[in-house]
Structure formats: C-alpha cells, structure tokens
Design a binder for this molecule. Sequence first.
Ligand code: PLP
Length: 284
Amino acid sequence: RTVYVNGQYLPEQEASVSVFDRGFLFADGVYEVTSVLGGKLIDFAGHARRLQRSLGELEMRSPVEEDELLEIHRELVRLNEIEDGLVYLQVTRGAPADRDFAYPPEDTEPTIVLFTQSKPGLAESPAAKTGIKVVTIPDARWARRDIKTVQLLYASMGKMMAKKAGVDDAWMVEEGQITEGTSNNAYIVKDGKIITRELSTDILHGITRAAVLRMAQEAQMQVEERGFTPEEAKEADEAFVTSASTFVMPVVEIDGTPLGDGTPGPIAKRLREIYLEESRKVAI
Ligand code: PLP
C-alpha cells in the first residue's frame, strides 16, 4: 500500500514519523475520514471545511491548500486502486526538539499523513440489512467534541464496552441525554419525526449528519434538533446512526430493548437509499 507523509508518496513500510511528534505524545492532532464509492470521494468539500475548522480551533496551521489536499486524496485512491473504501487524513502539530506542554514555535512544520483502506462493497454492508444493536454508557470524553481530534481513547473504550455487552456500538449519555455514538451521530424517529441532538461543543458536527438532515427536509420529512433521553429512545419507532464510513445505519435495539419489530425502520432505510444515491451523484 502507498501512503502519503509530508509531501511524499511512499510504500507503507518506508513511511515514518518522529517519536517526538505531538500527535504521538499529546494526541495533538486532528483527522478526517472520507468515504470512496466507485473510486470517487463522498462529500470531500464537507470534510475539507471541517478540517479547517478543527485546525483553527487548535490554532494549528494547515499544511496544504484544499485543492492540493483533493489531489493527494485522488492520487492515493488511484495508486491503491480503491473502488470502495476510505481515505484517512491526519494533521498533527509536528515534532519539536523536546517534549513540552506549550505549543512549539509557529515555524514547526505540521505532520500530515494520509492512507487508504479498501472496503469492497462498502455500501452493501450486511449490517445495514439487519441493523445494529447499541448499549448506553456514560459520556466520559472531554468537553470539546466538536473538534475532530485524534484523542479517541474513550471512543475505543466505549466500543469495547459494547463488545463485552455482546452488541455493536455504544450511545453515550450526559446529564440524562444521549450525546452521540462512539463514532457516529445518533437519531430516533417517533411518529414520523426524526429527532437528533442539536449542534454544540457536546458532539461532533457530522458531515453525514448535515447531508442527511438536508436530504430529509428536501424529502418533506420532519426534523427536530433536540436532545433525547435513553428512555425516550427505547420507546421510539426506530433509530439510526450516521457517519462517513457507515452512511445511514439502522439501530434495532437499545440496552436490550428492541425498537418496533426489531428490524430496520422504513425512515432509516429510505434515508440510507436517498443518501447513497444523492452522494454518489455529486462524488468527485
Ligand atoms: N460523532 C463522532 C464522535 C465521530 O467520531 C464521527 C465520525 O467519526 C461522527 C460523529 C460522524 O461524523 P461524520 O458524519 O462526519 O463521519
């Protein structure tokens, strides 16, 4: 596999990053994941925009312009012959001479790394047909979840809690309300209305979330952006999650309680179809 590191395309075995890199020592970095369907990037512009926002919030400078970033994405997709899969991009605050909590001097070069993962048949995932099961867990992450940092340890712990409970994922709860999934935004549907937590620093502003809510409104579906409790979720007609790599994924069980008849709901299924169709049309 060919990866991209600081201006170079290299075989993965030859690519390296300093042990002093602040991404490694402080999780001082941000990332994006963009899906590839039919060899084309899904919503690249949205991911590029959020990357700039994350960098700005951390006073980190961008190592490349958007047009160059697009070229790197495309070149890796081409070199690695990715039909369906994803491109992972990470920018960290670089590698100063010594470990120090304070940010290093402005002229410290950021580290930029990109790689691809091939996932044949990504859009036809079997999980989308059966739906996934989730458990609720406390949200023990830091308070700036709107910044897409590489500090993902609690998300990993959450995934492991789900695994140990015999389910697929965890929905996190703070002050009695669901924030989001470990790596996705969370939704419930009640009486035809799609309900999802409003944007704030409490959740990641999902690129898929923005697209799905816009498409739902264009399809005359009702959307309400507000928090909801685990109890309300368990009484919902259906539920789903969204992310760049899973698109719209139905949720069929919460904390052991099946939703509706325990199969993917009609609104989640329809939104998945609309999202995939519309996104493929404008993929680049
Ligand atoms: N929420 C969290 C915590 C995430 O990690 C992710 C994706 O990685 C999302 C939501 C979904 O965001 P997007 O649709 O941009 O992939």
